[in-house]
Design a protein around this ligand. Structure first.
Ligand SMILES: Nc1nc2c(ncn2[C@@H]2O[C@H](COP(=O)(O)OP(=O)(O)OP(=O)(O)O)[C@@H](O)[C@H]2O)c(=O)[nH]1
Ligand SMILES: [Mg+2]
Length: 354
């Protein structure tokens, strides 16, 4: 775990702290073998390879993902969102402990954090909230990729998810902080979406956006403990009422509101039972298979978009003109549309040269 969190993009072989670190690549078969054995260090290194900016690393990584693909898919994929401080990390710790200690199941925790691009940090940086998981042999925690566009970050997370599944993780928890596009991106890569909310001072729901609530399979009112318990129960009722007014979801599942405490463990078992119930229902009515198929179709298109963007941005002609054209746009000497068209023409080789 420690190693996984300390891994940096690149390809370093882990060595004793006293030894000199020198980058050594593993062969593709070694990655595959390691992943299939459930070796967490190799799994972490394969994910690092995917996040690498080097074309050669990406190529091997893509082949590793392809090799792992037939062995992926058997997990329950759960997305978890909520405003900062709602208790995402704490709830993941509580759910993870439930899975590990009570159910003896492996759990992988991944993150999509759009802000990590700017801060260089990660929402999973606060490992202190996940002490138990961080110390468990049955858990794997991976922070959000901190480089690349948001679409790239989401794509890396999906690929990491597939590798974790091949490594035998039957439960994947994907954490994302509640800031707009990341919730939709995570919703589109999971089977079940969990929204964490809090009770406010007047017992009403706090910090929930209607658009996000519509994505939720369950709304969890966290911190239902101590003096806050009655307020949480009241907010739960309010959330339950609000959920009734949303149109029925395509999965046939009726979203619920639950009150929980990540701190005391209250409601955690019931929360996971709700996930399992959703699983059984959507498997029986065929939605799970349809949803996964639709997701892979969508991923194909997103991968194309990512690929095009990468190629565009690394195109020598585009790179040489980009800064100058940006400047002209900023100074109002050319419209943004004309500048974009000039760059696109350059890329496709049909436009004005220079
Ligand atoms: N009383 C109480 N406090 C909680 C509970 N869950 C989390 N907290 C506290 O709320 C604070 C935020 O918890 P986190 O788990 O870090 O929340 P988060 O949503 O991951 O926050 P960010 O990573 O900053 O977005 C911490 O001080 C936790 O101890 C709970 O069930 N009850
Ligand atoms: Mg957190």
């Amino acid at each position: 775990m420690e190693n996984a969190l300390r891994e940096k993009p690149g390809c370093e072989i882990p060595e004793a702290p006293s030894a000199r670190r020198k980058p050594v690549s593993l062969a593709r078969e070694q990655y595959i073998d390691g992943i299939l054995r459930g070796d967490r260090l190799i799994l972490a290194r394969a994910i690092t390879l995917m996040e690498s900016a080097r074309e050669a690393d990406r190529e091997i990584a893509e082949r590793i993902v392809e090799d792992c693909l037939p062995l992926s898919g058997a997990s329950i994929r759960v997305g978890i969102t909520g405003v900062p401080g709602a208790g995402k990390s704490s709830l993941i710790e509580a759910l993870g402990q439930h899975l590990i200690l009570t159910r003896r199941e492996k759990v992988a925790v991944l993150a999509v954090d759009p802000s990590s691009r700017l801060s260089g940090g990660s929402i999973l940086g606060d490992k202190t909230r996940m002490n138990g998981l961080a110390a468990s042999e049955l858990a794997f925690i991976r922070p959000s990729p901190s480089r690349g566009s948001f679409g790239g970050v989401a794509q890396r997370t999906r690929e990491a998810m597939l590798l974790c599944e091949a490594a035998g993780y039957r439960n994947i928890l994907v954490e994302t902080v509640g800031v707009g596009q990341s919730e939709t991106a995570v919703r589109d890569m999971v089977d079940f979406f969990l929204l964490i909310a809090l009770a406010g001072a007047g017992d009403e729901l706090q910090g929930i956006k209607r658009g996000v609530m519509e994505l939720a399979d369950v709304v969890v009112i966290n911190k239902a403990d101590g003096a806050n318990a009655p307020a949480a129960e009241s907010a739960r009722g309010e959330a339950e009422n609000a959920l009734h007014f949303f149109p029925a979801s395509a999965s046939g599942w009726k979203p619920r509101a639950l009150a929980c405490s990540a701190l005391s463990g209250k409601g955690i078992r019931e929360l996971w039972e709700c996930v399992l119930e959703h699983r059984a229902a959507t498997r029986a009515n065929g939605w799970l298979v349809r949803s996964r198929r639709e997701q892979t179709r969508q991923w194909m298109h997103e991968t194309i978009e990512q690929g095009l963007r990468q190629r565009f941005e690394s195109h020598p002609g585009v790179r040489s003109r980009m800064t100058a054209l940006e400047q002209e746009v900023v100074e109002g000497r050319i419209t943004s549309f004309a500048a974009a068209r000039a760059l696109l023409d350059l890329y496709s080789g049909s436009g004005p040269k220079g």
